[in-house]
Design a binder for this molecule. Sequence first.
Ligand code: ADP
Ligand code: ASP
Ligand code: MG
Length: 476
Amino acid sequence: MLVMKFGGTSVGSGERMLHIARIVQDVRSGWLPAGHQGPVQPDRPIIVVVSAMSGVTDALLNAARRAATGRPGACDVAETLREQHYQAIETVALPEEQAVLRAEIEQLIQEFRNLCMAISILGESTPRGLDAAASLGERLAVRLTAAALRKTGIPATAVEATRLIVTDDRFTDASPLMDETEQRVREHLIPLVKAGQTPVVTGFIGATREGWTTTLGRGGSDFSAAILGYCLNADEVWIWTDVDGVMTADPRVVPTAHTIPEISYAEVAELAYFGAKVIHPKTIRPAMEKNIPIRILNTFNPGGPNTRIVAQPDRNQGGVKGITSIKGLSLIMVEGRGMLGIPGIAARVFSTVAAEGISVLMISQSSSEQSICFVIRREESARALQMLERAFAYEMAARNVDRIWALDDVAVLAIVGAQMRETPGIAARVFGALGRAGINVLSIAQGSSEHNLSLVVAEPEADEAVQAIHREFFGG
Ligand code: ADP
Ligand code: ASP
Ligand code: MG
């Protein structure tokens, strides 16, 4: 079994959908990507997973949020979405299928309108409501993609993952309940495959046990593909996107970045966690647990370079594999000369922010114990400060803690590679490169994983910092 996931730009128009249908057809006829090794089971069944057409999830969520403010016209985007999907139908669907397909799209658009109206009447958009709205993008896209496959001569059926992926009820960031999901996936998909059908499954979405639609977090279609791969014991998961695999840096920031041919689960997890959007960080775990290789390929350049993600790459040379950055962050600092004497202060700092549901991306403590600093998302900074000031009111009054403050608009850079700790001089080269570029480093942490050196810089300097470090290790 092979699971193939296609992202938003890869299904961004009717033509793009027909293009991926041809890719599926080629793979069915034995086409293999560059660098593929070993035998492949002939006629192995394919499960297709698709995202919403590019821009659609954003449009749906923006409309739902605006509807909550009661602003007029928030739901007008329904017209644009209908138009966009109707137009694609003309390209992707056989003439005899077009009327039925239009009716199905119409029904989903109407569902969105009703939802939008309900949100504007209530005057609030709950996470549950947002998930119901966001899920429509994938529900629209699977129907069109399945039609495109059929037009290309592949028997295909659209499947909504609300029937397959059972999740907890953390709306907008739900986690799958794997045992139940595995049972459902096998129950629904195996008979389809046995009947010669190629299932085209919605990425991104699932449902609670009670049947409420959930989403797995933004960019979560990659995770959906890995979940299905896990449940079906797939021999590979291929993630088709709009770049040539995982690259040494985001090619939008570093135009000379190049494809990393092979990388370990551990390394790619660090890159993904620290901002390499090309693969959602949650994708790694299900694949790793069953040792399923993931391959990242480009629908715009199918025969080109691609990345294979495995437990132990054959050609793992130490050193730096890639450089990433995450923007929109704040550095929070708790400082005080008297902190040295207070036991458990770090524990109290972190339990205070954890109690607020704020996640910490990076921590560093100076050896003098006179300050603790950590990085969180910018939008959570004011709330974190307020909570910390409340929690340490006594220590502040006693002058053991002098100052709790935030440096907003910072970015974390991560320099990732296996055995970096054993490769001498990497940190020196990183700081040398940044020094020559005149970029000030605000904080440093060596990740406990030994795969990662992270540092904080001012957000406006982040791209330049990534470029300077990339030049140092990869030239160009
Ligand atoms: P999809 O819609 O196919 O899921 P995404 O937009 O989520 O695609 O992810 C692909 C994008 O990830 C690329 O266009 C690229 O700009 C960005 N990206 C960030 N870091 C990297 C990296 N290290 N390697 C490749 N792409 C990266
Ligand atoms: N369509 C969803 C999003 O935009 C999921 C995905 O693209 O992976 O977040
Ligand atoms: Mg993505």
